[in-house]
Write a protein that binds this ligand. Structure first.
Ligand SMILES: Nc1ncnc2c1ncn2[C@@H]1O[C@H](COP(=O)(O)OP(=O)(O)OP(=O)(O)O)[C@@H](O)[C@H]1O
Ligand SMILES: [Mg+2]
Length: 465
């Protein structure tokens, strides 16, 4: 509370001086005004933690002053001083946002306590605002769409690592959002004011990758006509994003390991050690742990890179996010292309949900972009979707609009039955009796199911039989 700034407003100069003395003794900075017009001027020009104002003053009275002050500086605490006769009005002031009131005459202690509590209140309000700002601005994951538990878990881990400086490995199939997650971590981390530098380790041959990463001195190799700083230098203070880390050759793996261990490196052909103040986020669609087991990836580097792992789920495992993502991409394209496609028909939604999406979110995004430009009406229909979605064996009857619970359930059951029957037949190499026995069904019941789905046993007999 020491050093807090208080404004005292009262038309009686004696009163102002008494308050000033009491408050200055508590270590507060006191500014005084004997006129509310002058006080308002001051409130506009300086930030006060607290205002103590008399209720009854000529011209602008305490109540009006309070209203104006609230508008200018909403978190400043306000205390009203009042004679007994006007306590009704003082209560009104409290209802309008004054923090407290002190009846006249008051003791030194009364004023001190009220002021202390007012300042504490202001501190809490400010603290709350700060936290709110942090939640709203610093942790902005609004670009990451999804509400399934799988995505919630990812965001949970992301929220934990943004405040730290540990290296993160993001793994997941292609198109699952690895780069999006890496960028979100950077954008929400203390390094966000510095660069996010991505490098695709798969796209460059070894020597080029090395000079990209480390840079080179003039004359380091043929064609090195000038000194060129590498990407590690560009990422200084920020984040280096090593994409497709599983594609690093053993030689570059060793060099990278050294940078991570020593936090220093040399440009190619250089002698001076340069500090590497970078956070490394790496990504891979490979099973890096398996590569370590197979000695294709250095174990020591793996542990350096992988202090925290974030595994992104494939899109097909979180089908409930598909409609949401589809709408998100559609909104994006509508803004860009100014074409009035507003939604996805329920039949099309069903197809989107049932497809396996080997290219994950990226593939979905492309499909929606294409569909939006093809759509004739204001909805994406099955006709606008890529053939792969219509042809996919799981897709069944593409134009059915069965999205009701019963309808969907029936489809799932049918899919299951067909697959199950086929699996049994595969195992028995087309021997129906054996397949039925395996399934625990009568031969005739098994046969009926085969017939319903148009499955013939012949297709499962190998030609040598
Ligand atoms: N959860 C999500 N919410 C919104 N957009 C997403 C989400 N996940 C991925 N995307 C979008 O999908 C596209 C592919 O994402 P990204 O490039 O991050 O994937 P990736 O895993 O790095 O893919 P690749 O393995 O092909 O490099 C981008 O346009 C990205 O913005
Ligand atoms: Mg990527």
């Amino acid at each position: 509370m020491i050093g807090c700034k208080v404004l005292v407003v009262d038309d009686e100069a004696d009163m102002v001086e008494t308050c000033r003395k009491i408050l200055e003794r508590k270590g507060l900075i006191v500014v005084a005004a004997t006129e509310s017009r002058a006080a308002l001027e001051m409130i506009r020009e300086q930030v006060f933690d607290l205002i103590v104002a008399d209720l009854r003053m000529p011209g602008i009275d305490g109540l009006e002053l309070l209203r104006e002050a609230k508008k200018i500086s909403p978190t400043t605490a306000l205390i009203i001083i009042t004679a007994y006769a006007t306590i009704e009005t003082a209560l009104k002031a409290v209802r309008e946002g004054a923090f407290d009131y002190i009846p006249k005459p008051f003791s030194m202690a009364q004023l001190e306590v009220a002021v202390e509590r007012g300042l504490e209140h202001r501190r809490l309000v400010e603290e709350n605002r700060r936290l709110e700002r942090m939640l709203r601005e610093e942790y902005d994951f609004s670009r990451i769409i999804g509400t399934t538990p799988q995505i919630a878990e990812v965001l949970n881990t992301v929220a934990k690592v943004v405040e730290t400086d540990v290296n993160v490995l993001v793994s997941g199939e292609s198109g699952t959002g690895k780069e999006l997650i890496a960028r979100s971590i950077h954008a929400n981390s203390p390094r966000r004011e510095h660069a996010f530098v991505p490098i695709d380790c798969a796209s460059l041959p070894e020597t080029l990758l090395e000079s990209e990463l480390f840079g080179n001195e003039k004359g380091a190799f043929t064609g090195a006509v000038a000194m060129r700083p590498g990407l590690i230098e560009h990422a200084q203070g920020g984040t280096l994003f090593l994409d497709e880390i599983g594609d690093l050759t053993p030689a570059v793996q060793v060099k990278l390991l050294r940078v991570l261990q020593e936090r220093q490196f040399r440009r190619i052909g250089g002698r001076d050690l340069i500090d590497a103040d970078v956070r490394v986020i790496s990504a891979t669609h490979r099973d890096l742990e398996d590569m370590v087991r197979q000695k294709l990836f250095r174990e020591d580097l793996f542990y350096r890179l992988n202090v925290v792992t974030i595994v992104l789920p494939p899109l097909r495992s979180r089908a409930d996010d598909i409609p949401l993502l589809a709408q998100h991409f559609l909104d994006e394209f509508r803004r860009k292309a100014k074409k009035n496609v507003e939604g996805v028909s329920s039949a099309a939604t069903m197809l989107l949900r049932r497809y396996r999406w080997p290219g994950n979110v990226r593939e979905l995004r492309n499909a929606i972009e294409r569909a939006a430009s093809l759509a004739a009406g204001n909805q994406i229909t099955p006709l606008d979707l890529p053939d792969a979605l219509l042809d996919s064996p799981e897709a069944g009857t593409p134009f059915s609009t069965e999205t009701t619970f019963q309808g969907s359930k029936k489809q799932v059951i049918e899919e299951f039955e067909r697959e199950y029957i086929e699996r049994c037949l595969r195992q028995s190499r087309g021997n129906v009796s054996e397949a039925a026995a395996h399934a625990g069904l009568q031969r005739s019941a098994f046969h009926r199911l085969m017939k319903r789905y148009g499955i013939s046993a012949a297709g499962f007999r190998s030609s040598t039989d």
